[in-house]
Design a protein around this ligand. Sequence first.
Ligand code: SF4
Ligand code: SF4
Length: 976
Amino acid sequence: MSDEQRATSDGRRPAEFPPGVARPGPVLSRRDFVRLLGASAALAGVYGCSRRPDELILPYVHQPPELTPGVPQYYATAMTLDGLATGLLVESHDGRPTKVEGNPDHPASLGAAGVHEQASVLQLYDPHRSRHVRHGAQQADWDAVARLLAPVALGQRVGARGEGLRLLLEPTASPLTVALLARVRERWPAAGVHVHAPFAAPDDGDALLPLPDLTRADVVLALDADFLASGPFHLRWAHDWAVRRGAGGGPSRLYVVESGFTPTGATADHRLAVRPGELETVAAALLAGVRAARGVTSAPTAPTTADEATTAWLRAAARDLAAAAGRCVVVAGPRQSATVRLLARALNAELGNEGRTMWYVRSPLLGAGDASVGSLADLAAARDVDTLLVLGGNPVYDAPADVDVAGLLRRVPNTVHLGLYEDETARACAWHVPALHYLERWGDARAYDGTASLVQPLVAPLFGGHCADELLALVAGEATPRAHDLLQTHWRGRAGDRASGFDAFWREALRRGVIADSAAPRAASAPVPAVVPPPAAPPRAAAGTLEVVLAPCPKVHDGRFADNAWLQELPEPMTTLTWGNAAQLSPATAARLGVESGDELALGAGGRTVRVPAIVVPGVADGVAVLHAGYGRDGAEETARGVGVRAQGLFPRAARYALAGVTVARTGAHHELALTQPHWRLHGREPVRVVAPGQPVAREDAAGGTRRRALPLYERQPGAPHQWAMTIDLDRCTGCGACMVACQAENNVPVVGPEGVRDGREMHWLRIDRYYADAATDAAAAAPAGPLSVAQPMLCQHCEDAPCEYVCPVEATVHSSDGLNEMVYNRCVGTRFCSNNCPYKVRRFNWFDYNRDLGDVEALQRNPDVTVRERGVMEKCTFCVQRIREAEIRASVEGRTLGPNEVTTACAQACPTRAIVFGSLTGAGSEVARLREDPRAYAVLDELGTEPRVRYLARVRNANPALAASRAPSASEAAT
Ligand code: SF4
Ligand code: SF4
């Protein structure tokens, strides 16, 4: 639906701003502020506890070792998600971590950091973290836990061989943890070890992980794999995909088959929306099509499925893959059935990709291919358990619906939970031990490809706490259950034979954040059974039922980040929904059910019902509802509690990620969803451009178009040596949102809560607009491909002839000689004329003092180089001016000229695909100057003559000629 179509019935255009934005009155009570932002008098004094760890920590390899007050230092460490590590560099201001960046030396990061890594620094200071050991309702201490788990006492309860002892862990690839578990098993050979996480790597015993080399793949096929935007190695894959996409010889081509609509699907050149039950048939049809195209079999010359358009799509994709044999790659989603993953393997083998674009590594995760490690269901079925240690995770909340974890915890006399929060599982356990945040603890971790890193703390524990390794050491009867000592002892044994000695090894590993030569060996092939299991017949779509998909939320994942207000307020990439989840339905499915976005549905299966609002999303397969996990929390995390719906409650063990035959009914209730998509309208102009490979963007100027002349009200300032500018490549941007969270962390951007978002008061300086092609006007948007979609990061364009500057009565917004559109906060009187006159709608008015009730602990995260704004001022992107000025001063102190590519902004630094490039237009070798000359470069709303310093590079649609020609999406915004 276009803006014009949305015009009101009396013919007027809809307002530029959301209707609630100028409504008077506070949107959040003080109580809500306290709940969301976590102010707490009980935290007074923690500020003083922000000190470095007692042990020696070492700054990143390129940083000078000395400490200058006020000058931040960077330390390498690693964060794990679902057990696998991403290497990071963390900025520390006088002993307090404030900002997370990627570690350029780490294979899972290459210098980028995703939304979870960026937001993890806020989690460190979350005042809702638990802070006391608890036994029953009483406060206890670590010594009491040590007595409970001391070998003699433990042996009397669990038996001499540990028959009554069970350990439940999250997936882990920590060499130290794995070694400690081996020692626990030595001491207690009959003890059971179980692993659980709702969205970790496949749990069917397959020990091999696919490791595609996307830098060499001309054609990529993804089978329900959101490999560009989710999963522990996605930053690397997004980087590699972007490298090949921008390489000479033309862009690669991406095919995506999926049920929901993901950032990877939106990035595809061709996309096929299918029901989850059809995936196996589709994969088998593709294999048959490839074999036929290569003349390997006398199989039918075309894959066949029920519908003609889908068959034609599959035939074209199979032929394209076959034509690129050895230069293409097929990836399957980690939560797909074993059959789909085997079919992907067979496709790669058939296409000769193995050892060229596809490799395999042994999974570094504990339990992969190890039958002695049990599952959560095995544990729930266990009897005669005396002592159960739950070392991380929240199984009471996120276990499959038919696994009775709460019943298990009631049966076991001694239950000990280790976690950051008193969450649902902690509350069901007799004992709770606060866990250390990764920025507070020592440890180690392996990445997806096996590369090992040391985890070093940047700050002494804020609230006390312990880590899983210390508890395991207690159980194993170790003499010194201190993580630092355990870690050194472990690596001393492995690094002792290095010629340079252990100390040099230790220092190098801490400084670089990577242990050299520790990646797992790559295998060129993986066994494929001679006969791949036949695909299961797709379930029949019974009238009145849906197939429902459970997916990890791109923001709060499985719920572990649900207390993080930055992530709650981050718009979901495809729907722009904040603060909650909803059942995503295609427009056709919604029309069939007679529902609109916000209408509440009752989804039922197996005697269980979930009530959830609907949201209409172009691109979801018809007959499917997609639910994101991680909401409907009920623990002590006050920010998370009551936000959204607990989707996991619908899914049993046998259908953990997709459930067919789910009944659906409207309840009659309606919810106002906290969406950002309808805010900040651009009135039907064409802000995104899409071109074919090698095609330049249309130049209206050259065609004698309507571009206005620059407004000659003010004379340009004399130029400074550097002229700052940015380019954003829409062909590289996946819409993942890492840049948004990076900007929020760097620039002290506040959260406003769900009511604030509903009123259009979100404060993000950088937003990501999501454009969909309009099915009514675009043939390529029709099924089976689903709509074309483009994500466009939108921030202050730093116009040279800035419309905001002319209208400010107090000159609070002015132009700098190096090209920045500046805000002078203490001049701003809040007329908001500038915001009205900004055609890009990127200015944010600080309606309330969002920082007034900031707790002492949360205040520790704030960047001291950036003003924390009070109410009543206009805010917007500054091009991270603090970074520019810091670099200028550093160059001046060093007596040299600042180079054009030396400064980067927070958003550009976080971006895994390097879609955002920042720098100076002056100076030899300027990258941003080179990109501005690209034939794909254009200025948004160029016709207004604003001369923006931000230029976009058009999205490329590398269409397969055998499929319907694609055309550019119109500027219409989502129907949501
Ligand atoms: Fe993600 Fe932003 Fe980069 Fe786009 S520009 S890929 S949204 S980090
Ligand atoms: Fe935010 Fe800096 Fe990027 Fe501007 S340049 S959007 S202030 S991170």
